[in-house]
Write a protein that binds this ligand. Sequence first.
Ligand SMILES: Nc1ncnc2c1ncn2[C@@H]1O[C@H](COP(=O)(O)OP(=O)(O)O)[C@@H](O)[C@H]1O
Ligand SMILES: [Mg+2]
Length: 363
Amino acid sequence: MKIDRIVLRHVRNFASVELEPDGGLNLITGPNAAGKSNLCEAIYYAAKGFPLKGERQRDLIQWGESEALLEFSLSGDQIRLHLNGHARAKTIEVNHEKRNQSDVSALLRVLLFTPDELQIIKGSPEQRRHFLDRSIADLKRDYRAMLLEYEQLLRRKSALLRSERPPVELLDVYDEALSERGAWLVAQRRAYVQKLNGQLSQRYGQICGQEAHLQVHYETTLGESDDLRRELARQLAQARREELRRQQTLVGPHRDDLRFDLNGHDLRRFGSQGEQKSALCALLLTQVELHYERFGDHPILILDDVLSELDRARTQRLLQLLPQNLQIFLTHTASAEEELPSELRQSARRLYVITGGRIVQKL
Ligand SMILES: Nc1ncnc2c1ncn2[C@@H]1O[C@H](COP(=O)(O)OP(=O)(O)O)[C@@H](O)[C@H]1O
Ligand SMILES: [Mg+2]
């Protein structure tokens, strides 16, 4: 999968830009607040249908403008998104015919890593769950819809738990619905983690040049139970009294976490910085591979500002290990071209310099 051409009009700080990226490594550089992340976000938004920072769609439109246009050409297909700020409407066209977001998402598959994603090992359980959910949603279509349903049920149940005298029958109805959806989510997460584990150690070895055992453990209150739905229902019933006291749902996938073990030790607590960074690279390589296995084609990889997290040596190693025919958009903050790490410059097939919403192709 490869984007041949991008056109953005009135998107964030871009009044009007056009670029024809290479099918390999596109290096995007520029000072702070130039628009590097905005370019990444434009691609991400087109692929997913929602902005990166959970903001409203119309935040994507350049300030002071009422409309925005995003166009992407990829191997024969043309995607066109038109945002209207006044009407809060979005028109989607594929090859000049009206389509919906899922058509675009099927054509344009993107894998994105920012320093936020790279916090998965050191960060909070919430960040890890978020990473897990996003990764699974990339591979499995109905996952996001199910997750949103589950989260909505949780919110409604919380409101009920906070009310004066929550009716027991209604709480039972919520718990039944939560058990059904929660069990499905846990099963998907388990299966995904198992897939990761099939490759992680090998990838870690490739990054470090030495054998190691890297595994992710999905930590859920449901344990190893075979009947997840029944087990979750049982735990919810058991937690009811405490839930009424604390006014929140205490068991289920929204409380789960991931643990990374390197050679049997918790990577978050005992791993060195270097080991944690290598594990992130291994995870990234594994995800690219899982995408390929699922779709028979590589995703478009966006690495926004990951150098700050991974360091030069690992980024370089990672780029060498990634498949040759993978289209990559890699941003790196530098106020002058000369500041770019030489090895990055050498690997780049295109070099774009962004300053104040203008993009100049240098290579
Ligand atoms: N809707 C918008 N219209 C115009 N400018 C915007 C909009 N949204 C964000 N910006 C501006 O875009 C600039 C560049 O942001 P960003 O792409 O994150 O920079 P960086 O190059 O550091 O990644 C910021 O200064 C921000 O204020
Ligand atoms: Mg940025």
